[in-house]
Design a protein around this ligand. Structure first.
Ligand SMILES: O=P(O)(O)OC[C@H]1O[C@H](OP(=O)(O)OP(=O)(O)O)[C@H](O)[C@@H]1O
Ligand SMILES: NC(=O)CC[C@H](N)C(=O)O
Ligand SMILES: [Mg+2]
Length: 512
């Protein structure tokens, strides 16, 4: 998952972009980038690392302009090397920078068309570079020296016809303004907000509404599936539906894990959705184990805290923070390799022994994906002297790959793939395991927005809503991105002879 932001303001927007990216850091820890435009000149800084490490004051001084975009990256295509950090840039037409959250499912075929029919060169394995070139080509075809909002929307209509998958996008068109659009299913989130001041209205588009809060912007609405926004350099706002068929089908995993609880997406408070997940999970536990002997409920920080509280409250059992999180370690699930993930769980979480010793403990997590976290935490609970260790997941078993922007490419790496619940329970070393029902997970989110009748839920069901994902595609994704191959790609990309971004700064040192 990546995080996006785009702003059209009245003065330099670099600091607002930076603050927004820090609020979106949980969506991508691999690389960060900001691109701004002033008097037709584009400036950018992007590199591997966290937001606080990538941008120094000397970069901020150069990132001038009242229009800009920003990105934090969690790779789902190509390596995690610096050449694939976003935004991407193309010089023709106009000079366009683009950042993307999601994943295209027909990248290979579109890349081939770009080369053979559109005569465009793509220099990396990034699906985002492909997406940018499709947008640029469709704009170029219109042959306008000065594009109107309608021209931009026309180009986006053609982008929707050519690409498949999940994509929320922000783009900067030099001298003209900010563009934002969302795929026809609205798989990845995108929200629009405003700040009214004595200078007029400033506009912001972002992955999550928390990016508005830090900057004092008000959430106005979600960008609709298939819809595009264009905000000109001088703040004129245009919006148009650009897809022929649309149906809001947002990713349910945002509500389980990815989004911050203080965000509101597609009209749903993520916090309330997680509270309801906890209520529903407690009800299932009470049904299945009316005479349970749980002494204490302990959440696995961070993401399961909210659901965990409701599980405890509704079961009438004590809630205790028995695991302390090291605040300087990031999210483990979105780290690129299994070795790094495994090590991070131990660095990140530490048990308070007295909450475990001699007790029957119910550990609650939001999800079990590869099983890295729960296996280690269950062992920690035993080492701390727990009597019985039960485990509850606030989402159903994750059995199938994700192809729309979450890096779960390989079914074989998922602990629940081809295993029964009993086998999973044994594998993770728990005394008992319970999963949320899919209907209950749905209800927890739908109660926040009754207009949504379906979520993108393929990791639980294997049903891919874009209709183009077949076994051959899943096999090729697995081959390209399983942990072993990915680590090789990442070694290759860190080689000093590896391709570096053509428009990158040569100096990415962190001093100054
Ligand atoms: O089964 P696994 O492969 O271990 O993946 C699932 C775990 O990973 C995530 O935590 P993470 O540490 O990434 O972030 P968090 O602090 O937001 O919970 C998620 O919340 C689960 O705890
Ligand atoms: N997680 C994402 O949204 C990834 C965006 C894009 N596919 C990349 O790999 O850079
Ligand atoms: Mg977690």
């Amino acid at each position: 998952m990546c995080g996006l932001v785009g702003i059209v303001g009245h003065a330099n927007v670099n600091l607002e972009l930076y603050d927004a990216l820090t609020m979106l850091q949980h969506r991508g820890q691999d690389a960060a980038g900001i691109m701004t435009c002033h008097n037709g000149r584009i400036a950018q800084q992007k590199a591997n690392g966290l937001v606080r490490d990538v941008f120094r004051s000397r970069h901020m001084q150069r990132l001038v302009g009242n229009v800009g975009i920003g990105h934090v990256r969690y790779p789902t295509a190509g390596s995690s090397g610096p050449a694939l950090a976003q935004p991407f840039y193309v010089n023709s037409p106009y000079g366009i920078g683009l950042a993307h959250n999601g994943n295209l499912t027909n990248t290979a075929e579109v890349a081939e068309m770009l080369y053979k029919s559109d005569l465009r060169h793509v220099n990396t394995d990034s699906d985002t570079e492909v997406l940018l070139n499709v947008f640029a080509h469709e704009l170029q075809k219109l042959g306008k020296l000065v594009p109107t909002a309608d021209d931009i929307f026309e180009a986006i209509k053609n982008v929707h016809k050519r690409v498949r998958g999940g994509y929320s996008v922000v783009a900067l068109v030099a001298n003209y303004g900010l563009v934002a659009f969302r795929d026809p299913h609205g798989i990845r989130p995108l929200v629009y907000g405003q700040l009214k001041s004595e200078h007029g209205v400033s506009h912001m588009v972002a992955s999550e509404s928390v990016a508005f809060n830090v900057n004092g912007y008000e959430l106005v609405r979600d960008v609709a599936p298939g819809e595009a926004l264009f905000i000109s350099d001088d703040g004129e706002f245009f919006a148009q539906q650009c897809a022929e068929e649309t149906k809001l089908t947002p990713c349910i995993f945002e509500h389980v894990y990815f989004a911050r609880p203080d965000s509101i997406m597609d009209g749903i408070s993520v916090y309330k959705s997680r509270l309801r997940q906890g209520e529903r999970l407690a009800a299932k536990i009470a049904r299945e184990r009316p005479d349970h002997d749980i002494h204490v409920v302990i959440p696995i920080p961070d993401s399961s805290r909210v659901a965990g509280q409701m599980v405890a409250q509704n079961l009438g059992v004590k809630f205790r923070e028995g695991l302390v999180k090291n605040r300087y370690i990031g999210r483990t699930f979105i780290m690129p390799g299994q070795q790094q993930r495994r090590k991070s769980v131990r660095q990140k979480l530490n048990a308070i022994e007295l909450e475990f010793t001699g007790k029957n403990v119910l550990l609650v997590d939001d999800s079990i994906v590869r099983g890295t976290t729960c296996q280690q935490i269950i062992q920690m609970a035993r080492d701390a002297g727990a009597n019985k260790v039960y485990f509850a997941s606030a989402s159903p078993a994750v059995k199938y790959p994700n192809v729309y922007g979450i890096d779960m490419p390989s079914a074989n790496e998922l602990i629940a793939h081809d295993r029964t619940e009993e086998e999973i329970c044994k594998e993770i070393g728990a005394d008992w395991l319970i999963y949320q029902e899919l209907d209950d997970l749905y209800a927890a989110s739908m109660d926040g927005n009754r207009e949504i009748s379906r979520f993108e839920d393929a990791v639980f069901t294997g049903d891919y809503i874009t209709g183009d994902v077949d076994q051959a595609y899943l096999d090729s994704l697995d081959a390209a991105r399983n942990d072993l191959n990915k680590s090789q790609q990442n070694i290759d990309s860190s080689d000093e002879n590896a391709v570096i971004g053509l428009h990158n700064e040569s100096d990415n040192s962190n001093f100054g």
